[in-house]
Design a protein around this ligand. Structure first.
Ligand code: 2P0
Length: 313
């Protein structure tokens, strides 16, 4: 029996769209922060047949089944029981598939003695869910060509930012990200331009992280997020992930910033708002978000570690 933990990550330069070839390869480079506090804990053990329990409920998850098949095409992997728990809402735009596939890949690598390093496991985790590749690593993490394996751009100690997560809904999204981004690739008139611009956004974000230039990172990350949501909105049928509290939180962040608080927002395929700030402002930001009508909960996260085995019997 082997247990691994992995954290969700929040993209500052987003992945939204795949290449039109096998391997679950993003169409553009992307960059994230791995979060502390939120986590997936996954235990694997040998079994008579495959069995998957997500948050204590039997799950017939085609994405996990497909992932196990990809692994079995390459590695020795017998029937396996997988038990996975999230300490945060699942499938609601909080990157549960990132932490989930990262924890699963990490646990299987140890349990089955595959002997892969963190870079190699990230390449396999990507085939389960591309954002999962980034959760294999700590701190600021890039997923870039040609290997499309996660690379640590800067460790947590380089620039220990805080991320304040405002949860505005516990509901599962209607269309999962993989399906949504494929619809975008096929139908949004802006997809080509998004891919063209992403390299430049990525380079600006990487330079801002190296220089610890908060304002520069805020500008490029917030704009990149809004460009992704413009793509989503112009997908047919439209992908509208925001609710009224999402929009209210964005306004609060703009007001905080106008008043001198270093903060910027980012939003993924769901209505939750993640506000990146400096640690001295995290209590102010959390209090401001808690006061927004429709915000159900607020979680303050630091920089998280990469996926790791915590128990092996
Ligand atoms: C990201 N998202 O970069 C972007 C921003 C959602 C919005 O990566 O099909 O679940 O499993 O590779 O990784 C969500 O997409 O998609 C995602 P698959 P995934 O964080």
């Amino acid at each position: 029996m082997t247990t691994a933990i992995a954290h969700p990550n929040i993209a500052l330069i987003k992945y939204w769209g795949k290449q039109d070839r096998p391997g679950n390869l993003p169409a553009s480079p992307n960059l994230s922060i791995t979060l502390s506090e939120l986590c997936t804990t996954t235990t694997v053990q040998d079994a008579e047949r495959d069995e998957i329990l997500l948050n204590n409920k039997a799950a017939d998850d085609p994405k996990i089944a497909q992932f196990l098949q990809i692994l079995r095409n390459r590695f020795a992997l017998g029937p396996i029981k997988i038990e996975s728990h999230n300490n945060f809402p699942t499938g609601a735009g909080l990157a549960s598939s990132a932490s989930g596939f990262a924890a699963l890949t990490c646990a299987l690598n140890q349990h089955c003695d595959w002997g892969l390093d963190a870079t190699e496991t990230s390449g396999w985790a990507r085939q389960g869910s591309a954002s999962a590749a980034r959760s294999m690593q700590a701190g600021f993490v890039a997923l870039v060509p040609p290997q499309w394996q996660a690379e640590c751009v800067a460790p947590p100690a380089h620039w220990p930012l805080s991320t304040v997560v405002a949860i505005t809904s516990q509901d599962k999204k209607q269309i999962d990200s993989g399906h949504g981004m494929e619809l975008t690739r096929q139908t949004s008139p802006y997809f080509k331009r998004w891919v063209e611009d992403s390299g430049e956004d990525f380079a600006h974000a990487q330079a801002a992280i190296e220089a610890r230039d908060f304002d520069a990172l805020a500008a490029v990350a917030e704009h990149n997020c809004l460009k992704m949501h413009a793509l989503m909105l112009t997908t047919v049928p439209t992908l509208a992930y925001w609710n009224p509290a999402t929009v209210a939180c964005m306004d609060v962040v703009r007001e905080l910033r106008a008043g001198g608080t270093a903060a910027f927002f980012t939003i993924d395929a769901g209505p939750q708002v993640k506000v990146i700030t400096q640690p001295q402002y995290s209590a102010t930001v959390a209090a401001a978000l808690r006061a927004v009508h429709g915000v159900l909960d607020v979680v303050v996260c630091g920089m998280g570690e990469g996926a790791r085995v915590v128990d092996a019997a």
